[in-house]
Every structure is written in C-alpha cells, then in structure tokens.
Design a protein around this ligand. Sequence first.
Ligand code: C5P
Length: 283
Amino acid sequence: MRSVSLQAQAKINLSLDILGKRADGYHEVRTVMVTVPLCDDVTVSLDGDDIKIIVDRPYIPADRRNIAWKAAEAFLHSVGSDNGVSIYIKKRIPVQAGMGGGSADGAAVLKGLNELMGGPLSTEELLSLAAGIGSDVPFCAVGGSALGTGRGEKLEYLPDIPKCSIVVVKPAFSVSTPELYSKIDSIALRYHPDTDGMLEAIRNNDLNGIAHRCFNVFEEALDTRNRNTVDEIKGTLLAGGALGAAMTGSGSAVFGLFSDDDLAQETAAELKNSFRSVFCMKN
Ligand code: C5P
C-alpha cells in the first residue's frame, strides 16, 4: 500500500478586513496571510473502500465534519474514483485558533491524493477544488505570503516577509467562525486595517511597517470578556518588545512579531505562566 506524508503548515493573518456581506451569505474579505513554521503531519494512503481518518486528538471529529474528510471525498468525486482513502493526522496546530489547521490538513489531503494517483489534476484544478472545500484551503495548499480577496480564496502572491520571530498564544476560549461573521453584520466597524500600507511594507521588506499594520477587524466583534483576554495578550506581547500584534483569523490565537529573538523567547516564557498554549518560532 503506497502512502505519502505531507506537512500541513499553519498560517496567520497579518491583517484581516471585512468589506461587506455578499449575496451568497459569505463576506468579502481582504486579508494578508503568511504561513508559519508550525505544522500537522498528514499521511494519506489509497486503502480499503471508504474514507477513514485517524487523528491523534480524541476531541477532533474524525468523520465528514473534518475538512480532511471533505477534501478526500471531493477529490475522489472529481477524478471519478471509487478508491478508499486512509488519512492519519498528527496535530500540532492548535484547533479553533484561526491558524487554518483544518484547512491545512484538507489541502494536504488534496495534494497527497493527487500525488498518489499520478497527478490527474492540474494546480489550477486543485485550487478550484480547494476553494469549494473552504475559503482558506487554497492559501493553505500553496502557502508563502498572499493577499486573499473574495471569500479569501482569490490569491495574489506576495514576497516572503522579512525574517522575524513570531510568538503565538492560543487562549482557552474558542469562537465559532460563522457566529463571529454574523456578529460583524450587526456592528458598524470603527476601524479597518491599512491593507495597502501592509502590502507596500511587504514589498519593501520593511518588518516595522508590516508589524505596525497588523490589525484584525474580528477583534471588535468579540464579546467583552474574550476581547479583554486578547487585549491582555497583545499588551504583554507589545510590552515584551513585539513590533506589532493582532488576533489571527476568527481567533482565538493572538500573535506578535519580534525582530529580536531573545525578547520573543522571554515574552513567550512570561506568557506561559498564564496560558497553556504558547509557541515561539522563527519564520
Ligand atoms: O469557507 P469556510 O467553510 O471556511 O467558511 C466557514 C463559514 O464562515 C461560512 O459558512 C460562513 O458562515 C463564514 N464565512 C463568511 N465569509 C467568508 C468566509 C467564511 O461569511 N469570506
């Protein structure tokens, strides 16, 4: 039985703006995303006559609610195959964090199956399949740095951001993405990120300019208690020397960008006193 193993990389949204609600119920977004060096391991094999998922965390659904399951089903359907698929997922990306963990697993399944079956789908076809599975799946399939528009699935690739240290904290609370989007519909957003300035800073390789423009409109839609937690984490990151900090995606993880790795590590150590899930990485 042949199998392939892939690394499914997490992402953060350096900035996230919501421009309005669309006729199809989704929201028009404008977001700058970058992959970060934190990954799940996904092993895919053509096996049996059904889709089977094993995840090393009991609280993660291993059925059709899992994006990896949807990806396998969509892939098999699109190439007209009645093969079975086994998927093994070793999780490292925190769940319900806004770091694209589920989307990255789904993207890895698409790429793994395409490889196992000898590449029946072109990159373009794979990305269009990915967009049908979830708004973040196309970005997760390609990675790097990109501006996402539309539902987040239309990608304009950008240069890599400068080398830096990234501290990520996943607080205990989780937020439902659809709920947060509908909360956005009921409030008038007061502030928006300077996305054009962010894009210019990325093109100029300007870490300060990038970090100062980290901003996520979803923070305003959090309830007071959760917002206070996010503000507390951001405060600690900035006081510790982060050049900028924001929540990623629909949360609840919060990141800070540091030019100084020692400060990043000290701040991560401090945050570990209050939060169980803290990561410090270099891009
Ligand atoms: O595309 P995905 O399945 O990740 O989206 C999950 C949910 O988030 C959607 O059902 C929708 O409620 C909301 N969403 C949205 N606008 C987007 C992306 C997601 O309203 N651009």
